[in-house]
Design a protein around this ligand. Sequence first.
Ligand SMILES: NC(=O)c1ccc[n+]([C@@H]2O[C@H](COP(=O)([O-])OP(=O)(O)OC[C@H]3O[C@@H](n4cnc5c(N)ncnc54)[C@H](OP(=O)(O)O)[C@@H]3O)[C@@H](O)[C@H]2O)c1
Length: 268
Amino acid sequence: MTTVILGGAGRTGSRILDRLTAAAHPVRPASRRSGFDWDDPSTWRGALRGATAAYVCFTPDLALPGVPETMGTLGRLAATEGVERLVLLSGRGEEGARASETALRGGSVPRTVLRCSWFQQNFSEHFLTGPVRRGRLRLPAPDVPEAFVDLDDVVDAAVVALTRAVPEDATYELSGPELLTFAQAAALISGVSGRTVTFEAVDVPSFVRDLAVDGVPAEEAEPLAHLFMDILDGRNASLADGIERLLGRPASPFRTYARRAAASGAWS
Ligand SMILES: NC(=O)c1ccc[n+]([C@@H]2O[C@H](COP(=O)([O-])OP(=O)(O)OC[C@H]3O[C@@H](n4cnc5c(N)ncnc54)[C@H](OP(=O)(O)O)[C@@H]3O)[C@@H](O)[C@H]2O)c1
């Protein structure tokens, strides 16, 4: 009953690993540091061997060209290796990711898709940490409402999907419990962190220059910018019920996350 975590060293994967380990559930991480590489299919069989369940966290993004083929190959290999369920991390409103979601089903292994809103933790554990610390949240998008979801809720939902008695072939949309624009999120962070943070819409080159300050290379920043220009057009300005349906409790609000992040020194 071993679960393999593809992307096990990342933000969601490492948390899932901790949760399953704490519950004495056999689990192992797989990423480049353990010899599994999305760019080298010859490493995939070894990563899946002996696993009955797999969490699939593809980076950088399911919507990129060529990823549906990658997911199709993985889904078929999972079937031949005896994997009984797959849980795929995906993005809400990402039309380009739908082909990857479908392709993963190619081997007929039941797969649960978790389509997530923007993670709250993008502001403290990812590419928005530096901009928040500098007090200038600059994005290549208008100030649209987003239903930021707590990464810990996403992880709890993934653990349910990975361990429930019967695997489910289903798709869930996961969001937080409220809609906030980026300016409102910045104001909430200002309120709990004691530093003034403002939002500003900028063009792609400015966004790429900002990320370069934090060490993100242009080849990573540019696709991110274009993805944001796509999905941050208001299409995700609605609440979803996936957290409640999977966890039987409400999703955690942005303010709770922001207080926790401030107390942990994320923006100090
Ligand atoms: N951020 C958001 O708001 C948001 C919202 C919805 C969906 N998503 C989706 O969430 C996913 C990212 O999840 P995350 O934040 O948990 O991931 P993450 O923190 O970026 O980590 C992913 C892990 O994958 C491993 N990795 C990177 N390249 C690899 C490769 N070529 N082969 C094998 N492993 C590789 C890395 O470990 P090694 O260095 O050891 O390889 C890394 O630790 C993306 O698919 C994104 O589209 C994100």
